[in-house]
Design a protein around this ligand. Sequence first.
Ligand code: ADP
Ligand code: MG
Length: 395
Amino acid sequence: MPILKMLDLDLRAKRVFIRADLNVPQDDAGGIEDDTRIRASVPGIRAALKAGARLMVTSHLGRPKEGEIKPGDSLAPIAQRLSELLGVPVPLKANWIDDGEVAPPPGQIVLLENCRLNKGEKKNDDALAKKMAALCDIYVNDAFGAAHRAEATTHGMAKFAPVACAGPLMAAEIEALTRALDHPARPLVAIVGGAKVSTKLTVLRNLAPKVDQLLVGGGIANTFLLAAGSPIGKSLAEREMVEEAREVMKTCTQRGCMVPLPVDVVCAKALSADSKAEPKPTQNVAADDMILDIGVESARALQAIIAGAGTVVWNGPVGVYEYTQFAQGTRLVAEAIAQSKAFSIAGGGETLAAIAKFGVTDRVSYISTGGGAFLEFLEGRKLPAIEVLEQRAAG
Ligand code: ADP
Ligand code: MG
């Protein structure tokens, strides 16, 4: 469904409110550990300033208690980094709800303090949303990373603002994900791995009717191996999900979609940085083994499938890539995606860390900034922040 886009609107001298996702990881001293999210928000902010908007920007940071400001909750370090990136002053305004007009002059920006400090934010309180909506002429949601949450700045404001639209990052995320899942160049190959088995099974249930090849790794593969009657020893898996795994495989095979299971794996007796890796055929997994990676032969098989793909969607490392001896499977998958001509999209905290570790970030077509939101999109759920923008665009 169509949505209004910020870049299509005239922002000159308008009070523009951007809800961004500047929720960066911080160390104990409040230092920014990774500013990816801030940098991803810069193009939208810069475009609005260039267009002469009277720009207000806010974000959540962490999970503060509403109404109780503690030093670690402040967006102050973010204001500073944003100012460095933009090359303009970024003043920070606290108590911005009941303080009258907060919009700066045209072409200038003010950062509004952590929106999760406001009472009613998490509960998506209408009264709070109306007050905030009254501060602006145009509400812009550019926080894809928070799109799966219906809160006052991600959802309520969009209902009440005079105009509600998507910022460029939000628009790009929606476009990339729809391109991959709704109008994919075929064959569409999904790779699902990682540790959060039960959440990822919902992803698989949604993807099964859409994909041409379903590639599994990590805890997901273990659960599927279990369903197929293979020994998995002490591996991470979810026994109560075995039936579900069978259903997914059935949905796929009935459509002629393959779900190749690893024929070889890398095991260890314990999971640690110095545990000894033992490659072996899957059927030889012992009762005290943990499967911690897919084997070389299996990884090569995945590489061949990825090489022939038209579209690749990836979430979840196929092994414990954090330790060198269990990283090979994930590295080979990452390299195959980098080399492939397919439109590729990847998301998820550890998946992106793995992609960065193997140095292929620039060769993935689209890197999603939304961890939870990306997963919920893959699960086929309607993201509330996107849905409300669609409703507004429909009139
Ligand atoms: P993402 O953050 O990309 O969505 P997850 O959080 O689901 O991915 O899972 C990532 C974690 O899964 C990684 O830290 C990795 O070590 C772990 N993992 C991958 N394969 C296995 C496995 N076979 N056994 C245990 N943990 C695994
Ligand atoms: Mg994770």
